[in-house]
Design a protein around this ligand. Structure first.
Ligand SMILES: Cc1cc2nc3c(=O)[nH]c(=O)nc-3n(C[C@H](O)[C@H](O)[C@H](O)COP(=O)(O)OP(=O)(O)OC[C@H]3O[C@@H](n4cnc5c(N)ncnc54)[C@H](O)[C@@H]3O)c2cc1C
Length: 448
């Protein structure tokens, strides 16, 4: 039997796509930066079908690219050329919320927005939220250790995962969905798969921790003189109610205003803006007001207590991605430095980009509590030179070349900047142990 016949036998012929028109949506990423031809797209409906697909591909030595919502930003979820794309679009089983443990089991293809709505129906919420929530899937978020807006409150995806079920490239199933909060029997395979970017196994279902829904919110936009002042402000604002701390800069805010036709966010223009949100089971406005009074060097501020006013403030931060994309396809680099080094890094990265790509436009924004900057460069003639300059600036400050998007193919050549030779040897050994045939996401995370 040839591979196509085996795949059809595994998942049904109607779920093996080979027509170019049908493949197109799976072959390019959200940014348009990464694209490649797929041999086929297969859409298994359950764990056993995933196992059959992997066995068939391993027997033929054909690469497999797991793909969830295809919102990844580092090229890890689209084919490079000639692989089978294994779409999790049909792995959408969503179990009942277990109120006793505060957990739920979700299929890898469940979208974040659906998970959150499911939890909300029982008065709970999911701790991670990202702007791609309508498409991003639980499996993709586990694979990339997604972070987003609320890491300061609930941690990244790694902190939400209690158990994982996954299929190895030889078709064997590993992991557990029993939801044990306490389990000290050796290696933590579930969390080992968090951040593995589809290189070790295909995640088919996840046991997730839920968090209390926090219906009351208050937000403030702070105008500050510098990144150093913004970092000091985070220290003053930190507390049990803090749910988001987003940083952006005057040039980015001007771009968003132009793109969306918005008025100035504050009466006085400021070099740096910090958007802060407090959330709780009771109205947190008083606590936020008291924390703001303790922020040093505050130039200007706007407080938003109702939903409309909050959305008005958030528009300046959330509009950044679309406003940048409207300028052209950006080089997007998601990085982190220790927050104490954020101010030094901001200066260094501006100098690095103007040296590597004079005339290109740099827009910075991010999640300041984690020192997580999204570095967007539009109009760089040499993408590689810009990436190299930015990632070296990150490494010089003791940072990470990927804060929350993963390494993918985009950053694999720079892994050596923040992982030692001994660590890279271990990465390769772990990869060989989980995926001896080497068919899972070749070229992602570990350079070929
Ligand atoms: C507008 C926008 C905003 C975003 N904001 C954020 C943000 O704030 N924070 C953040 O962290 N990310 C953000 N992202 C990036 C992206 O949404 C995340 O990386 C997300 O986790 C990807 O999920 P996905 O289902 O789309 O995965 P995909 O893009 O389909 O895949 C991503 C990676 O995971 C692997 N993978 C997918 N499913 C599985 C599986 N079942 N088993 C094994 N491997 C798998 C793929 O092979 C690939 O390497 C944003 C993206 C967009 C477009």
């Amino acid at each position: 039997m040839d591979l196509f016949a085996e795949l059809a036998a595994a998942v049904g012929a109607e779920h093996v796509l080979t027509e170019p028109d049908l493949l197109a949506g799976y072959e390019s990423d959200w940014t348009g930066r990464f694209t490649g031809r797929a041999l086929a797209v297969v859409r298994p409906a359950d764990r056993d079908e995933v196992a059959a697909v992997l066995r068939a591909c391993a027997a033929e030595g054909v690469g497999v690219v797991p793909q969830g919502g295809n919102t990844g930003l580092v090229g890890g979820g689209v084919p490079r050329g000639g692989e089978v794309v294994l779409s999790t679009a049909r792995l959408t089983a969503l179990g009942e919320v277990d109120r006793v443990s505060g957990q739920v089991t979700a299929g890898a293809g469940v979208r974040l927005a659906d998970l959150r709505a499911h939890a909300a129906a029982t008065g709970l919420d999911f701790g991670v939220d990202i702007a791609a929530r309508d498409s991003a899937t639980v499996g993709g978020m586990v694979a990339t250790n997604a972070g987003g807006l609320r890491v300061v409150r609930w941690g990244p995806m790694r902190d939400q995962v209690v158990g994982v079920e996954a299929v190895l490239s030889d078709g064997r199933v590993v992991g557990s969905l029993s939801g044990l909060e306490k389990d000290s029997t050796g290696y933590d395979l579930a969390r080992g798969l968090v951040g593995s970017e589809g290189t070790l196994a295909v995640v088919t279902a996840v046991r997730l921790r839920l968090v209390p829904a926090l219906p009351h919110r208050a937000a403030a936009l702070l105008g500050l003189p510098s990144t150093a002042a913004a970092v000091a402000a985070v220290g003053a604002l930190r507390g049990p109610l803090l749910s988001a701390v987003e940083v952006c800069y005057a040039d980015g805010v001007a771009l968003v205003r132009e793109h969306r036709g918005l008025p100035a966010p504050l009466p006085r223009d400021c070099p740096v803006y910090l958007l802060v949100e407090y959330a709780g089971e009771h109205d947190p406005t008083d606590e936020l007001g008291a924390a703001l009074a303790a922020v040093p060097d505050l130039v200007d501020t706007a407080l938003a207590v109702d939903g409309t006013a909050r959305r008005r403030l958030w528009a300046y931060r959330e509009g950044h991605t679309e406003a940048v994309n409207a300028l052209g396809v950006p080089v997007k680099l998601d990085v982190a430095v220790p927050p104490a080094r954020a101010a030094v890094f901001e200066t260094a990265v501006r100098a690095a980009v103007s040296a590597a790509a004079p005339g290109a436009r740099l827009v910075l924004f991010g999640h300041l509590a984690e020192g997580n900057f999204h570095v967007n460069v539009v109009g760089a003639p040499d993408e590689r030179a810009v990436s190299d300059a930015v990632l070296r600036a990150v490494a010089a400050e003791g940072g990470s070349i990927s804060a929350e998007h993963g390494v993918g193919v985009a950053k694999a050549p720079w892994l050596h900047l923040t992982r030692t030779a001994a660590e890279r040897d271990l990465y390769a050994a772990v990869k060989r142990a989980w995926d001896p045939s080497g068919i899972l996401n070749p070229g992602v995370l570990i350079p070929r």
